[in-house]
Design a protein around this ligand. Sequence first.
Ligand code: FAD
Ligand code: 2HG
Ligand code: ZN
Length: 453
Amino acid sequence: MTSTTSLEERLASIVGAAHVLVDRDVVASYETDWTGRFRGRAHCVVRPADTNEVADVVRACGAAGVSICVQGGNTGLVGASVPVDGAVLLSTTRLTRLDPVDVVSAQVTVGGGVTLAALQQHVRASGLDVGVDFAARESCTVGGMVATNAGGERVLRYGTMRAQVLGVEAVLADGSMVSRLAGLPKDNTGYDLVSLLAGSEGTLGIIAALRLRLVPLQPGRSVALIALADTAAAVSVVRRLRERLPSLEAAELFFADGLALVREKTHLAPPFPTERPAYLLVECAQATDPTDDLLAVLEDCPEVADATVASDPRGRHALWAYRESHTESINAAGVPVKLDVSVPLPALADAVAALPKAIAAVAPKARPILFGHVNEGNLHVNVLDAVDRAEDVSAAVLRLVASYDGSISAEHGVGRAKREWLHLSRSPAEIAVMRTIKNALDPAGLLNPGVLL
Ligand code: FAD
Ligand code: 2HG
Ligand code: ZN
């Protein structure tokens, strides 16, 4: 018996043979990332059902000296959820614990493999909601969302995923388990491992379960799609909405070229009779219908060239489709170079104007499509027809962003895609601390080798 065979047998004895996948066709479906840009080859796929099984799998892989790639919904966009050649792919999709909602504390404990959509359905039945939301909700898992510190469409009101997590049950690289699921909002007992795991991209531990803070379910919702002349107008409208409407929950920006691509893919009707350069989608949410308040503020905004508002679920969904269909429509047009960046808000308009020029200088045929989350100065720079110039395009975009004191990774993480650019957003001292932490928690480099560092 080879050592390879014995690892598979050991894994099968932990999770059951049905949950160790070795068929090449089946394994292949786990080996490519959502964008199609990143690929790897897994030794096999293993699907543990609870924290103890995760710990046993980690110990078995550690003993065999085989690294582990952690994968949730595989919707990550920086190549971190696909295996380096020969790693065991640990899929969290069976970690689907869903405890009853703790309505008194407005909290819930769930498995790391629960999808965002399943979590939303579960907690909404109790009149509560999840503070983070975005288009990948049907597939992305809460474990993956914590591991990437996902942001999304409600950050201006509720913060990123790190702000929602009150505790985790995680397995570290040596197979030890840390469990802190009491959900104490106040607990300053030393270093905060929960915050450390948030955004660690599967490099420090595997999140098997987590305790989440919930937010009130807001039944009164109003969405406005607003046509504008440019990014500066969007920033100015968002500032006024933020000042006057505590119910403001989302402020999303896209442009005429992105809308055209979305319409090509989805066949949606044009939102307005006249095409405009920029579009801002905002959502307000509260106990009662916020439409009148939203309209009152928009009437005071001279930047608004056109606007349409919906408060019924169907109408709101139809307006969101123009924004949320961007990622899929871009992928349908080709494999993009994806760069998820942020700049200080006062520099956003400048960056939107400068980025296409910087890209054209290194890849004249490239088609940049920009969109993002206005209030955080977060731009999704998707560059089509440029995969063969990915390094040059990345360098041009990320250096420009760094010149604004921006971040090379606003919400998707560093993954494999941006590893070599870490120094543009973090100092040598900060990178050294990251390496020290990684070496302390995972000296053999078992978890997600090649990701982040
Ligand atoms: P995966 O892709 O499987 O993994 C992502 C990373 O987390 C990898 O490093 C992986 O190893 C690690 N990981 C996964 N599960 C665990 C675990 N249980 N324990 C430890 N590590 C783990 N992101 C945003 O921030 N905002 C958005 O608005 C947004 N919109 C998106 C829209 C679309 C259409 C798509 C496809 C993606 C979007 N994303 C967005 C990307 C985002 O990173 C992911 O959707 C989500 O956070 C990842 O969850 P996942 O379960 O798919 O993780
Ligand atoms: C979004 O905001 C996601 O829709 C995906 O973060 C961004 O596709 C992208 O670049
Ligand atoms: Zn985003």
